[in-house]
Design a protein around this ligand. Structure first.
Ligand code: HEC
Length: 306
């Protein structure tokens, strides 16, 4: 007997008992209970008669490999998997569809290489389309970081070297500029896979009519960062406030990162490199007059010295 039929039988039993109570018992309390039983029973029977969506895993599929002779046999099996066990149709469509949120797979075999389709199925995260546009075969990502003077060369992990400090400083200039021109960092894309600084320059040009370049925008960010820093210096905040959470200075335990930590010597060394790169006084972490002059901020330097 199916689960639903069993529940229906129980429901009928409950209703029957309620009717028996109403028919044969006179005292009021059991009669109320009998009435409630009839109402609940009818309610359950009605609910059970509405077909429910199965929330079970899709049924297992079995194919006899010996019977697969032609390409057409393969296609038939593929179609079956696509719409049932594979659940591909949950996301994909074949042909344009209003409800599909994922690539339309019509003609995909002609568009993509065998290897790429295989990779899409076995390692879906291996390649995410730039700008989420699914037009034609995948292309290499343009190296957008190079626009801000950071090379794409992979750096050894667990080392706070000069290349990483440069990355931190240059991306700080870039993000400082994003803040200045009121562009949301999240819309920009965390890995710059949506927009890069080159496009930001185009946006600023389009809105203001100024022929700005990426270098000029980086300069805007740099100027802002220096002013923030000068403000802090005026309020008595210096190098000693540039710390990391204590948690990072405690060795991690277990797993691949076992024993990893940032020592305070490493941090202090990286700060030396950073301040020198930024044109700040290495002992205090305050922008030097030379740097402020260079940025057209002599008046800020005057205030700092006053
Ligand atoms: C949870 C939703 C989801 C399901 C289920 C799913 N896919 Fe995908 N699939 C995606 C997304 C999203 C992408 C695009 C990823 C990207 O941007 O690179 C994709 C990409 C692909 C691509 C590459 C398409 C292209 O234009 O490059 C193929 C081929 C593909 N899926 C086949 C399948 C098949 C076959 C199944 C069923 C076995 C399946 N997918 C199930 C979401 C899904």
């Amino acid at each position: 007997m199916s689960e639903v039929a069993l529940l229906q039988l129980i429901g009928l039993g409950v209703i029957g008992t309620g009717i028996v109570i109403l028919l044969f018992i006179q005292s009021r309390f059991p009669r109320v209970i009998g009435f409630v039983m009839i109402v609940l029973g009818i309610f359950s029977l009605t609910a059970l008669s509405v077909p429910q969506m199965a929330s079970l895993p899709p049924v297992e599929e079995k194919f006899d490999v010996a019977n697969i002779k032609t390409a057409n046999d393969m296609a038939v099996i593929g179609q079956k998997i696509f719409f049932s066990k594979g659940q591909c149709a949950l996301c994909h469509s074949i042909g344009p569809s209003e409800s599909a949120r994922c690539p339309d797979l019509k003609g995909i075999g002609a568009k993509l290489s065998r290897e790429f389709i295989y990779e899409s199925l076995t390692q879906p995260q291996a390649y995410i389309y730039l700008d989420y546009r699914h037009e034609g075969p995948p292309k290499d990502y343009p190296a957008r970081m190079a626009e801000i003077g950071v090379t794409g060369d992979p750096q050894p992990n667990k080392v706070l070297n000069e290349a990483k400090v440069r990355f931190a400083l240059q991306s700080q200039y870039a993000y400082s500029c994003l803040d200045s021109v009121n562009v949301c960092q999240f819309v920009f894309g965390p890995a710059w896979h949506l927009y890069g600084m080159g496009q930001l320059a185009e946006v600023v040009q389009a809105v203001t009519g100024w022929p700005v370049t990426v270098d000029e925008l980086m300069r805007v960010g740099e100027r802002r960062l220096n002013m923030l820093r000068a403000y802090n210096a005026r309020e008595g905040i210096d190098r000693s406030a540039d710390t990391l959470p204590k948690k990072l200075q405690k060795a991690l335990v277990g797993g691949k990162s076992d024993g990893i930590l940032v020592t305070s010597e490493e941090l202090e060394q990286a700060k030396d490199v950073y301040y020198a790169m930024a044109g700040w006084d290495v002992s205090t972490g305050t922008p030097t007059r030379a740097k402020l002059d260079e940025l057209g901020l002599a008046w800020v330097a005057d205030q700092l010295e006053a």
